[in-house]
Design a protein around this ligand. Structure first.
Ligand SMILES: [Fe+2]
Length: 285
């Protein structure tokens, strides 16, 4: 019998099973609609927060949460996105461009991705589906943050030892596994650190209590939301307690009622001219 050798380690997952959403406040839902739905081609969640106080935007199995506030929150660094068709994305961006003049909106073709800046300066890199993104055809494979020089190794220790996530440091970049084909990335940078403005990421943990025990003992829990969720925002070196970076994590257990929620995604190629019957729903393949 022929033997095939597999690297079984490639199939391991860490304690963080999904990076579900990025939450940034926006001052204007009309402009957010132009950008996230018409421009990027994503889908407004039809069931939750359907008014003008907040918008949930679905992209594959991930979301943006966009509460309305006077000040926009901006994630330092950039957010990686996978979209099914970069040419279709370029077309949509050209269409919304004139309606977003006077904002920070911008886009450009770069080597291997389309760089897009939202009307309030959040930066995105949009990639076509590729083997590095696994089966993701539409979604958010990573979020990348600039961090102070000398902190990458400590951030890796925090995620490995406190959160239970595999983390790898290479050339000053800490890459933390946060689910299938998803990572949080931290890149050392000499640029001055921007004051933290309250944006957050939501993640689901398999072992929900072990990180909590450490964070609670250190006084780092910032919100006891309910039985299924807590929050923290200080990333510290578990070896010496040094504060390394600030990023609010909305931490959810697998018993959270929204875990594995079926997110509605539309086929953004549908339009009046050339409408295709029975093709409204986004099909990943
Ligand atoms: Fe959230």
């Amino acid at each position: 019998m022929a033997t095939i050798s597999y690297d079984r380690k490639t199939q391991n997952v860490g304690n963080m099973l999904a990076l579900e959403h990025v939450n940034v406040t926006v001052p204007d839902q009309g402009i957010a609609t132009l950008f996230y739905l018409m421009g990027l081609g994503f889908t407004r969640d039809p069931y939750m927060t359907v008014g003008v106080d907040n918008m949930w935007v679905n992209l594959g199995r991930q979301q943006f949460h966009l509460p309305t506030r006077p000040d926009a929150q901006v994630v330092p660094g950039h957010i990686g996105l996978v979209v099914p068709d970069l040419d279709a994305l370029r077309q949509r961006l050209r269409i919304v461009e004139p309606r977003l003049t006077g904002t920070e909106f911008a886009w450009s073709d770069e080597d291997g991705y389309v760089a897009v800046t939202c009307p309030w300066s959040n930066r995105f890199r949009c990639y076509a589906p590729a083997p590095q993104f696994g089966e993701m055809v539409l979604g958010m494979p990573y979020v990348e943050f600039p961090v102070r020089p000398g902190t990458a190794a400590g951030i890796a220790r925090f995620y490995e030892r406190v959160m239970g996530c595999p983390a790898e440091v290479r050339n000053g970049v800490t890459s933390v596994e946060t689910g299938r084909w998803q990572t949080l990335r931290f890149v050392e940078s000499d640029a001055p650190e921007r004051a933290y403005d309250g944006h957050h990421v939501a993640v689901y943990l398999s072992n929900f209590s072990k990180p909590y025990e450490f964070l609670q003992e250190k006084g780092l829990i910032t919100e006891e939301t309910d039985a299924n969720q807590y929050r923290f925002q200080d990333l510290v070196d578990p070896e010496n307690g040094e504060h390394l970076f600030t990023l609010e994590h909305e931490v959810r257990s697998l018993y959270h009622p929204m875990y594995g929620r079926n997110l509605v995604n539309r086929n953004s190629a549908q339009r009046l001219g050339g409408y295709t019957r029975d093709a409204d729903v986004f099909q990943s393949a």
